[in-house]
Write a protein that binds this ligand. Structure first.
Ligand code: MTE
Ligand code: MO
Length: 168
């Protein structure tokens, strides 16, 4: 469990590469055991974004957080301030690293998201397969769906690739 699962870069004092063990080792005050207690439909253990922030120390002019998934080339860039206390990074399921089938290595979760494509901080910003967080001054690259049609196409693709995974 010593391979890098999450890289943190950009406008921060200490750019970091976290392993699974490194995320588990972040201070207890930042760990959330069993998030189904907070969010009934979600499972696993998480670390608070606040714990990552304390570790990497974003510059005061870091205004946006980029959530990057190499796995399926999905990216969101969202304002940092409204989510800095509430956002969670789910990274462990039943005591093990989260696999990509489970949305791992890191699944970003904002408890109070808006409906899809109604706001910068919407459900679509709950990015799965996150492997890179990037702090920027301005809004960065973002390829979330912009409207109902793009959204429907994306979900159809997701279902196809999940069916493909099941078929092996
Ligand atoms: N990596 C990645 N994350 C993603 C998506 C995606 O296609 N790829 N879809 C987003 C969208 S549009 C929504 S609405 C939510 C859906 O989360 P769910 O699959 O848990 O319902 O995941 C978001 N996270
Ligand atoms: Mo979405």
């Amino acid at each position: 469990m010593d391979s890098v699962v999450l890289r943190v870069s950009g406008e921060v004092a200490r750019p970091c590469e976290f392993t699974y063990d490194g995320l588990s080792a972040l201070n207890e005050e930042h760990q959330v055991q069993d998030i189904s207690r907070l969010i009934p439909k979600r499972q696993g253990d998480a670390v608070k974004l606040a714990g990552i922030l304390q570790h990497v120390q974003p510059h005061p002019d870091a205004k946006y957080l980029g959530l990057h998934s190499t796995h399926d080339n999905f990216h969101a860039s969202i304002p940092l301030e409204p989510i800095r206390e509430a956002a969670l990074l789910i990274y462990r399921l039943q005591g093990r690293p989260m696999t990509s089938e489970q949305g791992g290595p890191v699944r970003f979760f904002i408890p109070n998201y808006a409906a899809c494509h109604t706001h910068e901080i919407d459900e679509c910003a709950n990015v799965k397969y996150v492997d890179h967080l990037e702090f920027t001054r301005e809004k960065g690259f973002d390829n979330r769906p912009q409207d109902e049609q793009e959204h429907a196409e994306l979900h159809a693709q997701e279902q196809q690739s999940a069916a493909g995974d099941r078929a092996g």
